[in-house]
Ligand binder design. Structure first.
Ligand code: RB5
Length: 150
């Protein structure tokens, strides 16, 4: 599995910790920035990572900002992206099983690094359930997307 990783300044430190953790888990990733704690605009990095995932160059993405909210808003503007802001284990597992989420967003100012690692591990290791009701619901999203984004 190949992961596209990105953050703004608010998420920079957590991103650096998660890079080490992904290495420990033997998960391949590319870091799309930012590269230090200088202020940057989360949409710049959020759109870059989301487009990489949408175009299939990466299987999934992880985006981090102060709250995870800005990154989540940005990522969900891109057709085919199902981004989920998760600050607990239940949501991390559920959003993979039910929503087939392809981007995880995290708020570095909301949770600590230990919980973030656990959320990432669960999110990466949980498969979409493939249950008919969830497939139907995702198809409804796809149909609407196809109408809105011609
Ligand atoms: C940056 O200060 C902060 O607004 C950003 O990291 C994020 O929380 C936005 O949603």
């Amino acid at each position: 599995m190949k992961i596209a990783l990105g953050s703004d300044h608010g998420g920079y430190r957590l991103k650096e910790s998660l890079k080490q953790y992904l290495q420990e888990l033997n998960i391949e990733y590319t870091d799309f920035g930012c590269n230090n704690e200088q202020s940057v605009d989360y949409p710049d990095i959020g759109f870059k990572v989301s487009v990489e995932v949408k175009n299939g160059r990466y299987d999934r993405g992880i985006l981090i900002c102060g709250t995870g909210i800005g990154m989540s808003i940005v990522a969900n503007k891109i057709k085919g992206i199902r981004a989920s802001l998760c600050h607990d284990i239940f949501s991390a597992r559920n959003t993979r099983e039910h929503n087939d989420a392809n981007i995880l967003t995290l708020g570095a100012r909301v949770i600590d690094v230990g919980l973030a690692k656990e959320i990432v591990r669960i999110w990466l290791n949980t498969d979409f359930s493939q249950e008919k009701r969830h497939i139907n619901r995702l198809n409804k999203i796809k149909l609407k997307e196809n109408k809105i984004y011609k």
